[in-house]
Design a protein around this ligand. Structure first.
Ligand code: MG
Length: 164
């Protein structure tokens, strides 16, 4: 049996995303409520989110589409252009990321909306483009939303776990 969590952590790392960078985003989302929160406190929540099958399938699917965009391996040239430029009206990347937030409820969804706009940390780094609108390296159209959704869900899980 394949360890899908390990597989997904390796996939994320292959695209430049570490567990620590995701935990930092989750800490940022909870900072107003828990000012002393540290990255180490959030790693457990990130690992819990990455242990969910819905999350694992979303990570694998999103990264596969981003890799196909890297290679030009999308038959429809109109779609390929939209994927490579992360067209603002495309929106399918956000909808796929909702499937992660849906596991953790409404706080995860509102957290996701916030970090998707705010572009904190690794979420912002994944979004950096060249002046001509192209990406410097990998295309991260799906990955930025997936990472934001994992952080948003980890933050929501942490918030619920603190409730006495
Ligand atoms: Mg995106």
């Amino acid at each position: 049996m394949i360890d899908l969590r390990k597989h997904c952590i390796e996939l994320l790392e292959s695209r430049g995303v570490s567990l620590e960078a995701i935990a930092d985003c989750a800490v940022y989302l909870q900072h107003a409520y828990f000012p002393d929160l540290k990255r180490e406190d959030m790693i457990e929540s990130v690992m819990d989110v990455l242990g969910k099958r819905e999350v694992q399938y979303t990570i694998m699917t999103g990264i596969a589409i981003d890799k196909a965009a890297d290679k030009g391996d999308i038959e429809d040239p109109v779609l390929l252009k939209m994927l490579r430029e992360d067209d603002g009206l495309y929106g399918v990347d956000e909808v796929l990321a909702y499937s992660i937030c849906n596991v953790y409820g409404s706080i995860a969804l509102t957290n996701f909306g916030y970090i998707d706009k705010d572009k904190y940390g690794i979420v912002g780094q994944l979004n950096k483009k060249n002046p001509d609108g192209s990406y410097p390296g990998n295309h991260n159209t799906f990955l930025d939303d997936i990472v934001g959704a994992i952080a948003a869900s980890a933050a929501a899980r942490y918030a619920h776990a603190q409730e006495k």
